[in-house]
Design a protein around this ligand. Structure first.
Ligand code: PMP
Length: 375
């Protein structure tokens, strides 16, 4: 199998698997229990919390564990708009957010918030000034992802948050860093973010766990209420095995972020060179985007047909965004990729373990597929 769908999910690293296993066998207590078994589970979870906090330059106190970035995004947007949105009713967002942000915004819109979605300029790039001019005194929340999951475009989060906070200090800033975390430096203070969403399974942890960074002093109304775990912000017994796996993956990846980035950058260069030489293939991702996500259009051949052809050759990629089950999200259109070009879009997403030979095999299969498949 040649797995090139790492933006959808990654293979858990052995350290993550081992950490989860230990938490399911030796250390299975409930972290809220007052006896030794509970304390041991609590200690294991504390360690993961500290690792994750350190990785973004935060304190353990700032980190709340959730069931994944979908929940982190919901908690951030619903929690902040409920806490601060009594009078300020505008929410500003990028127009290319993941469904877990965009659908939540649509729901808030139906509940009376005004949502302003900012599009990129014609060249696909976002400008901080466009977000700034969409904000006003009525704005409660600004949300923009760091790396787009379908194209790899990097959004100017730091510039935008800094400019917006300078003029409107009360606006709460949230960034979905799922596709940036452990790939680009994600530091809470440098980004000027009040809230940051992270996911475990995109970074070689396990599915079903995420985190939300909450800047000290920022108040969220909980979405899930109950036994007051996670400082009362997210009730429910924490998934210690998944949290430990998340921590172990971060512990492993943290020291190698720049080495891995360099390695994947050279893989992207090779991939771009090879696919650009195939008749009719277009590269939709910008040269200065995240190298981990490369979106290409396969000479007018429908994405799904090409995807299954590649699958028949043991190669796994995604059409557009995997989360939308093959449905076009409209995000590609925002980046100026439309019509046949969008219908034939494939997302190739790599990891540092991807080999050049795998990239070469992908390019070969793509070229042969374009010649042999219909539609
Ligand atoms: N945001 C982005 C940018 C994503 O790519 C994803 C995963 N597809 C999510 C949020 C949702 O993450 P999770 O699967 O942890 O709920």
């Amino acid at each position: 199998m040649i797995y090139l769908d790492n933006a959808a999910t990654t293979k858990p690293c052995p350290e993550a698997v081992q950490a989860a296993l230990e938490a399911m066998t030796d250390n299975f207590g409930n972290p809220s229990s007052l006896h030794r078994a509970g304390l041991n589970a609590q200690l294991a979870m504390d360690r993961a919390r500290k690792t994750i906090a350190d990785s973004i330059g935060a304190e353990p106190d700032n980190i709340i564990f959730t069931s994944g970035a979908t929940e982190s995004n919901n908690l951030a947007l619903r929690g902040a708009s409920a806490a601060y949105g009594k009078r300020r009713r505008r929410i500003v967002a990028s127009a290319v957010e993941h469904a877990s942000v965009d659908e939540t915004l649509s729901d808030l819109e139906s509940k009376g918030f005004e949502v302003v979605r900012v599009s990129p300029r014609e060249d696909g790039r976002f400008c901080a000034e466009d977000f700034l001019s969409a904000c006003n005194e009525d704005t409660v929340l600004l949300t923009m992802m760091y790396v787009n999951n379908e194209t790899g475009y990097i959004l100017p989060v730091k510039e935008t948050f800094t400019a917006v906070k300078r003029r409107f200090k009360d606006i709460i800033t949230h960034t979905d860093c799922v596709q940036a975390y452990m790939k680009l430096p994600v530091k809470a203070n440098q980004l000027g973010a009040d809230l940051i969403s992270l996911s475990g399974h995109k970074i070689h942890g396990v599915k079903g766990v995420g985190a939300l960074y909450i800047r000290r002093g920022v108040r969220l109304i909980p979405v899930v209420t109950g036994g007051k775990q996670e400082k009362g912000i997210r009730s429910g017994t924490e998934s210690v095995p998944l949290i430990c796996a998340f921590g172990a993956a971060v512990e492993k990846l943290s020291p190698t972020i720049s080495d891995r980035y360099e390695r994947v950058t050279s893989l992207k260069a090779r991939l771009t060179e090879l696919v650009s030489a195939i008749d009719g293939v277009e590269v939709n991702s910008p040269a200065d985007g995240s190298p981990y996500v490369v979106n290409i259009s396969a000479a007018g051949k429908r994405s799904e047909i090409m995807l299954h052809y590649l699958e028949s050759r043991g190669i796994y990629v995604s059409s557009g965004s995997a989360c939308s089950k093959g449905q076009q999200s409209g995000v590609l259109g925002q980046f100026g990729i439309s019509g046949k070009r969008a219908d034939s879009a494939l997302r190739v997403s790599m990891t540092a373990e991807t080999t050049e030979a795998e990239i070469e095999e992908f390019a070969r299969a793509l070229a042969e597929g374009i010649v042999s498949v219909r539609g």
